[in-house]
Design a protein around this ligand. Structure first.
Ligand code: ADP
Ligand code: MG
Length: 341
């Protein structure tokens, strides 16, 4: 075959393979965009586990009419301009791929109104060239993104969708994780018209309240709270003790500079600490926040940004492990298990 440039929709669908795995990945990208836009309230309406519809509304900065088309194009972002910016990234997004990818595998409409604009506008994106059409709309300040019929045009992907219930659970998990990173933002989640989660906004300094909202009051009351610093790294954590061990890893949350992570190094350090102190085969429950100089971490390792690379990985690993060990060792249960021997 001769070499040809791929038509835009096809190129975006290929890129979508990396970012848009399932409805929950759409939710993650959309919510991160709202947070980057300074939203303080995010509402999500999910239909049929996201198979049918994912609709997000936020009260963020909005997108100006003449930027709607760009927002939907690939490699278009308002968040970085130079390689230098990438070195110390503070926003959640930066690849400029999410909206283009999602709209290539669904029927997407984007409605937005920045505060400075009188009228809201809605953008739809159609055909193999993903041509954008604009029409006036009624909308308060902020943005609504409506994603309907995900994977309708990519049957191979659609086949991998699980049941509504499973997909919904993944969505809920994404919201819980993000909610733990932003106690100052209100989240409302509805599934098939019924409210399923509601996290009211609390102050940035009231992280404990959000931990209780998301992980339950009983976890909050029994967890050990610890905070320590070492060489510019800060760890703040709520650590479930021996009474909080679970059969699954459903309450393991870790964050690096406010970004939810499922990073191997962090999980390894935590597991090692728990194993050495509690010697249990069960899964611990924890919520761990690390704060570190952004220049010391590379978040551009994985398109979905689940993993990070630490410049001083050994040091970070050992710091987490020691901080968690010290906290666990101080518990009464541990002390009494020693004296019982
Ligand atoms: P990225 O987040 O990597 O920049 P996206 O494709 O997710 O790329 O979004 C493209 C651009 O659209 C963003 O850079 C931002 O300027 C704009 N945008 C997307 N969602 C929102 C939103 N909810 N509110 C305001 N602007 C948004
Ligand atoms: Mg984004």
């Amino acid at each position: 075959m001769p070499i040809k440039l791929l038509p835009p929709r096809l190129a975006n669908q290929i890129a979508a393979g990396e970012v848009v795995e399932r409805p929950a990945s759409v939710v993650k990208e959309l919510v991160e965009n709202s947070l980057d836009a300074g939203a303080t309230r995010i509402e999500l309406d999910i239909e049929k586990g996201g198979h049918k519809r994912i609709r997000l509304r936020d009260n963020g900065s909005g997108i100006a009419k003449d930027e709607l088309e760009l927002a939907l194009s690939r490699h278009a972002t308002s968040k970085i301009a130079t390689l230098d910016d990438l070195e110390q990234i503070l926003s959640l997004g930066f690849r400029g791929e999410a909206l283009a990818s999602i709209s290539s595998v669904s029927r997407l409409s984007l409605t937005s109104k920045p505060n400075s604009q009188e009228q809201a506008w809605q953008a739809n994106c159609e055909g193999r060239d993903m041509a954008v059409t604009l029409q006036p709309a009624a909308h308060p300040d902020g943005t609504t993104i409506d994603v309907v019929d995900i994977f309708y045009n990519t049957p191979a992907r659609r086949k991998f969708l699980r049941t509504e219930k499973t997909e919904y659970q993944h969505i809920e998990e994404v919201i819980k994780r993000i909610a733990l990173s932003r106690p100052d933002v209100a989240f409302v989640l509805r599934h098939n018209g019924k409210m399923t989660k509601r996290f009211n906004a609390v102050g940035q300094d009231q992280l404990a309240m959000r931990v209780g909202q998301v992980c339950g009051q009983s976890f909050l009351q029994q967890a050990l709270h610890t905070r320590c610093d070492y060489d510019g790294i800060t760890l703040e954590a709520w650590l479930g003790d021996a009474s909080q061990m679970r059969s699954s890893n459903d309450c393991q949350y870790s964050f690096v500079n406010g970004r939810g992570m499922r990073d191997k190094l962090i999980l390894h350090a935590l597991r090692q600490a728990y194993e050495s102190v509690l010697a249990s085969a069960e899964q611990p429950a924890f919520v761990v926040y690390l704060t570190i100089d952004p220049r010391e971490v590379d978040v551009n390792v994985h398109p979905a940004k689940h993993e990070v690379r630490f410049q001083q990985s050994r040091l970070v690993h050992d710091f987490i492990c020691k901080a968690v060990c010290d906290a666990l060792v101080s518990t009464e249960e541990y002390q009494s298990s020693l004296s019982g021997v």
